[in-house]
Design a protein around this ligand. Structure first.
Ligand code: F6P
Length: 333
């Protein structure tokens, strides 16, 4: 069987779903190119002198790593001359970055390097992105243009820089995985229509926050930890890579439930993870694979954003586990 490259898949396979607007196609093609370049920088790591701190803070007051800044610049510069994109926004920038002289109608919002605390230990990191449409009459340099519910996304995806580099994408008809062939430097289609099983025995959460969680999550995790002897009557396993990209990728590939719930440390900010460039794109991918995505109280994809860098609690993955967590939130909070 001949390999299907990402470009060929975009152009040919998609014809069955109506012709993809050229601007959207270009946005995705160039985003894939940027991810290839980020992957190359990560692969050279210490050899390229790109590890360590940048010596600056981002808009959220978090210390930036050199690679956060490099990845952000690669995405901006790759799209800088494209007339297909109206504007970009990123975790690493306070304000949107309109593309000069562009007549494009798409917006790209991204976390250039998710899980960046993993960079210096050579563990998985990723790039998360979401494509929105510029609303009629909106200015590409306004925050408002980007404040759209996750259900409005035109495309969502991520690149995972792990043992291999993979690009995972949805356009609203399933989730597709492309693996970067280091020899040809093409992303090749390797998995189609990922499905998350409705039940699971695997969960992902930062257990060190246990004492800060709300009662509903305390109860849920206590029950999982009680295992065979507890109310769930079976043992559960825990995994935590500490890069959302990698933890969600595992769930898309073999199932599970992921939680970064509300806790008393982050409650004042609304949660830990960012709505527009973490929760929404990952949430749509999970939903497209048959899973659910929730704050515990509502579907994340229906939240009307109020800020570019807004944060939310995130619970996603196996349908029956997310439903159970929503029930515990109703009963206990
Ligand atoms: O962007 C935030 C992030 O790095 C996510 O990728 C990850 O899930 C989470 O933070 C890790 O948080 P913690 O440091 O609490 O393990």
């Amino acid at each position: 069987m001949t390999d299907i490259t990402f470009s060929a898949w975009l152009r040919d396979t998609l014809q069955g779903h109506g012709e993809l607007p050229r601007d959207l196609l270009n946005t995705l093609e160039y985003t894939a190119r940027a991810c290839q370049e980020i992957s190359a920088n990560l692969a050279r790591g210490a050899l390229a002198g790109v590890l360590g701190q940048a010596g600056s803070d981002n808009v959220q007051g978090e210390a930036q790593k050199k690679l956060d800044v490099i990845a952000n610049d690669i995405l901006l510069q790759t799209h800088a001359n494209g007339s297909y994109l109206a504007s970009m926004a990123s975790e690493e920038m306070d304000d949107p970055w309109p593309v000069e002289n562009s007549i494009g109608r798409y917006l790209l919002v991204f976390d250039p390097l998710d899980g960046s605390s993993n960079i210096d230990i050579n563990a998985p990191v990723g790039t998360i992105f979401s494509v929105l449409t510029l609303p009629e009459g909106a200015s590409p340099d306004s925050h408002d243009a980007f404040l759209q519910a996750g259900s409005c996304q035109a495309a969502a995806g991520y690149a995972l820089y792990g043992a291999s580099t993979q690009l995972v994408l949805t356009l609203g008809f399933g989730v597709y995985v492309f693996t970067l062939d280091p020899r040809s430097q093409h992303f090749i289609l390797t998995q189609s229509k990922l499905t998350i099983p409705t039940d699971t025995s695997e969960f992902a959460i930062n257990m060190s926050n246990q004492r800060f969680w709300e009662p509903a999550v305390q109860r849920y995790i206590d029950e999982l930890l009680a295992g065979r002897e507890g109310p769930r009557e079976r043992d559960f396993n825990m995994r935590w890579v500490a890069a959302m990209v990698a933890d969600v990728h595992r769930i898309l590939c073999r199932g599970g439930v992921f939680l970064y719930p509300l806790d008393s440390k982050t409650a004042a900010k609304g949660g830990k993870l960012r709505l527009l460039y973490e929760a929404n794109p990952m949430g749509w991918l999970v939903q497209q694979a048959g899973g659910l995505v929730s704050t515990g109280r509502e579907n994340i994809l229906s939240i009307e954003p109020t800020g570019l860098h807004q944060r939310v609690p995130v619970i996603l993955g196996a349908k029956h586990e997310v439903e159970r967590l929503e029930r515990y939130h109703r009963e206990m909070n």
